[in-house]
Design a protein around this ligand. Structure first.
Ligand SMILES: Cc1cc2nc3c(=O)[nH]c(=O)nc-3n(C[C@H](O)[C@H](O)[C@H](O)COP(=O)(O)OP(=O)(O)OC[C@H]3O[C@@H](n4cnc5c(N)ncnc54)[C@H](O)[C@@H]3O)c2cc1C
Length: 462
């Protein structure tokens, strides 16, 4: 990934160019178009997908009308406090305030101006959120989110050029971006001028060398995000002298069905399920969060665990397309009794029975276990049981380019590169430097919130 000197002139110059057609890029494009700019989105894939399409498409936001309709009291300040608590105060409070303030209005804008049918999830809550604030489209899938955003962008007159891999930026001596090089699948290259550039090409989860460097604990883990996310934003930023922060921050997930490779919603845990290793023993406070659970699962024998829950919890989990797919793929086992569960999972029966008896006792007593998990108010697990074999995976990286209130990319001295913007996984997130700092939804939060800010400001800068 290189930064080159600018051409003396470009045959074609577009006012606002966006690199990447995931949630961040498409939100930026919609906002820039709405602000009156001509916009071109460049996407390396044949069809816009990105990690956005792999996600559950749930975007956290506080103070929305969907929350008010459901009688949920929430504020951006309460949301910001939850983010800072989960990341133990590591993220910049100003950055957290920025995205939590912008997220609610951004979702209402996508609904009102662009027809995205959001609703708020009210039947379960992700760890660390003090209110129900996850918003999703009807299928609760990221594929629907990216498809609806793409359709909206096309309707709004945004040009999306697919099979267009941006391989180099062209910068002037003062850092201003003059243009870029894009490569087509047949190897031909085009040079394009731009007035402003939005980096929305996510992080470096697909780049093994960068993962090894910044997230060594997951260097050998399954990468469950989009392979095209190769870290160009950070590499270009480095070459341009931009500031990057919290590069070891990431979202892991301790519940990817193995070998089916399907995300199993963490509602299976928050609603009262538990994880055991191949010895039939629990090994952690699963309720702390799915992100940090990735490394814990990978530390277990064979890097595997079984998530055990019941039919009631399966009923809640079934609202997710992924879970329905896991059921259809036969990844979710059913058993009428603990001996049948042990037989179906090949877990040692005595150990499994002992573990589940202890869980039942903790739940009945509303007690806290030795790992620190609080079982107060958690309904008992009852037959028929469900079980799914899972592994830990890296979902996406959370470190990235430092941006200001207008999503402009900053240098270490705080000055901005005037016409360069970053959003979503290309920008530094709000999770700090550790997996445990990731509060559910931090990924799409910065994609939607910074995407909108970047698009609005890029239109002005162009
Ligand atoms: C399985 C899974 C589940 C998740 N669930 C959730 C969830 O429910 N809620 C949540 O908030 N977050 C979730 N996340 C995280 C979330 O998906 C990401 O944080 C978010 O999608 C990032 O959006 P983005 O637009 O920055 O990146 P992406 O959606 O990855 O889009 C980036 C795009 O840039 C393109 N690109 C990359 N490099 C170039 C280049 N050089 N030239 C041209 N194009 C390029 C890529 O092909 C891609 O299409 C999940 C992630 C995974 C993997």
């Amino acid at each position: 990934m290189t930064v080159l000197a600018p051409e003396t002139s470009y045959e074609v110059t577009i006012p606002v160019v966006v690199v990447g057609a995931g949630a961040a890029g498409l939100c930026a494009a919609l906002a820039a178009r709405e602000a009156g700019a001509e916009v071109l989105v460049l996407e390396r894939d044949p069809v816009p997908r990105g990690s956005t399409a792999l996600s559950a498409g749930l975007v956290p936001a506080a103070g929305t009308r969907w929350q008010r309709e459901a009688g949920i009291e929430d504020t951006p300040e309460a949301f910001a406090a939850d983010i800072l608590a989960k990341a133990e105060g590591e993220p910049d409070p100003a950055e957290v305030a920025r995205v939590t303030r912008v997220a609610g209005p951004a979702l209402e804008w996508l609904a009102d101006a662009h027809g995205l049918r959001f609703s708020v999830i009210t039947d379960f809550r992700y760890p660390g959120h003090s209110a129900n604030r996850m918003h999703g489209l009807p299928s609760r899938s990221g594929e629907e989110l990216v498809d609806r955003l793409r359709e909206a962008a096309e309707r709004a007159g945004v040009d999306i050029l697919c099979d267009a891999w941006v391989t180099a930026l062209h910068a002037r001596l003062d850092g201003r971006i003059a243009g870029l090089t894009l490569r087509r699948p047949d190897g031909t290259e085009d040079h394009l001028g731009c007035g402003a550039l939005v980096l929305a090409c996510n992080g470096y989860g697909g780049n093994k060398a960068l993962v090894r460097q910044h997230v060594p604990a997951l260097a050998e883990a399954l990468y469950f995000g989009h392979p095209g996310n190769q870290g160009e934003a950070v590499l270009w930023g480095e070459a341009l002298g931009a500031a990057a922060r919290h590069l070891s921050g990431h979202q892991g997930h301790g519940s990817v069905a193995h070998p089916a490779g399907i995300l199993i919603t963490w509602a299976t845990i928050t609603e009262g399920g538990v994880q055991v290793n191949l010895e039939g023993r629990r090994f952690s406070d699963e309720s702390h969060g799915y992100s940090e659970q990735a490394a814990r699962v990978l530390e277990q024998p064979e890097g595997l665990a079984w998530t055990i829950f019941d039919a009631r919890i399966a009923g809640i989990a079934r609202q997710f397309e992924d879970f329905r797919q896991a059921e259809a793929a036969g990844a979710i086992l059913e058993a009428d009794s603990i001996p049948a569960l042990a037989a179906a999972t090949h877990l040692p029966e005595a150990a499994l029975a002992e573990t589940l008896a202890e869980v039942a006792r903790l739940k009945a007593a509303g007690a806290t276990d030795a790992h620190g998990r609080r079982f107060a108010g958690s309904p008992p697990l009852v037959a028929p049981y469900r079980a799914v074999r899972v592994t830990g995976a890296l979902f996406h990286t959370q470190g990235g380019l430092v941006v200001d209130d207008a999503a402009r990319v900053l240098r270490p001295d705080g000055s901005a590169i005037p016409n360069l913007f970053a959003a979503g996984g290309a920008a530094c997130g709000v999770s700090g430097s550790r997996a445990s700092g990731y509060l559910s939804g931090n990924g799409l939060l910065t994609a939607v919130a910074l995407g909108r800010l970047a698009g609005q400001a890029a239109a002005t800068a162009a």
